[in-house]
Design a binder for this molecule. Structure first.
Ligand code: 13P
Length: 281
């Protein structure tokens, strides 16, 4: 099975009210672990990488090759997506390398500039039959102080969302409703009423960044309202690191092959749990 466009997966998910997890990738063991878990669940999945992540794997083309090989080997249905693309150059380099979806993240710019850049990225993506995600409002990180106490984060304005989607021509809209990238500081406050308003206006699949640590019942309500893609990094990264810590404390360091096995096993277990949660299996 070759890689598919991300929006094909997401349109079906929104319509049938489930969500596809988009897992961050950083090396071949993590890609192998995600693909293996997805195959066991017989579920579609999205692999996504930021510029830092694909650069560490040898660039976007090597990344695409590795993902494609595991997708072929396991027979899963999957898309490969650029997460938080910061420039049109990154968008172009990932498309040239064979990614099937890209995100141009201009969410920290003023509204008009976000529209302008996202529309340019959408034109480039569509010219190459690749789907495009953009963000309105800004989902920050706990390194930016967290959504609850940080002026840099701002929630999506439902009134602007319609204009944004129409004028940019994007396929999927990432919304800011109170989630954060990374761990929450204190209780998460997720604005489901705002999500409901956006979902009533926008037909395109909606995307939630900062999925890790978000309460299960909140995610399930968000999926019922129209969230079709949920980004997950911290939760799987922590599972991987827990496995490595366990190996570090119990195994001799000359056993490289065995050393990474607990990390892979814990990563697979976490991916399986998340897929089941989002697909309501
Ligand atoms: P988490 O690390 O909170 O799961 O967020 C990941 C994300 O949104 C990547 O774009």
């Amino acid at each position: 099975m070759s890689l598919v466009r991300m929006d094909e997966l997401l349109v079906a998910a929104r319509y049938k009210k489930y969500a596809i997890p988009a897992f961050e990738i950083w090396d071949s063991t993590n890609i192998y672990s995600i693909a293996t878990a997805a195959a066991k669940c017989n579920a579609p999945v999205i692999f996504q990488a930021t510029v830092d992540e694909y650069t560490l794997m040898g660039g976007p083309e090597v990344t695409r090759h590795i993902v494609e090989k595991y997708v072929e080997k396991t027979g899963i249905t999957a898309a490969l997506h650029l997460d938080h693309g910061a420039s049109l150059e990154q968008v172009e380099e990932c498309i040239a390398a064979g990614f099937t979806s890209v995100m141009l993240d201009a969410s920290s710019l003023p509204f008009e500039e976000n529209i302008k850049l996202s529309a340019m990225a959408a034109q480039i993506a569509h010219r190459h039959n690749v789907s495009i995600e953009a963000e309105l409002g800004h989902v920050g990180g706990n390194d930016e102080g967290g959504i609850q106490d940080n002026g840099k984060n701002h929630l999506t304005n439902p009134g602007e969302a319609c204009t944004f989607v129409e004028e940019t021509g994007i396929d999927c809209l990432a919304v800011a409703i109170g989630t954060v990238h990374g761990e929450y500081k204190g209780e998460p406050h997720i604005d489901l009423e705002r999500l409901n308003q956006i979902a009533n206006i926008i037909d395109q699949p909606l995307v939630l960044h900062g999925g890790s640590g978000t309460p299960r019942d909140v995610l399930q309500q968000a999926i019922q309202m129209g969230i079709a893609k949920i980004n997950i990094c911290t939760d799987i990264h922590k599972a991987w690191l827990n496995g490595l810590k366990q190996a570090y404390e119990s195994l001799t360091h000359s056993l490289a092959g065995r050393f990474y096995r607990p990390g892979s096993e814990q990563l697979q277990a976490k991916v399986t749990e998340i897929i089941k949660q989002f697909q309501l299996i």
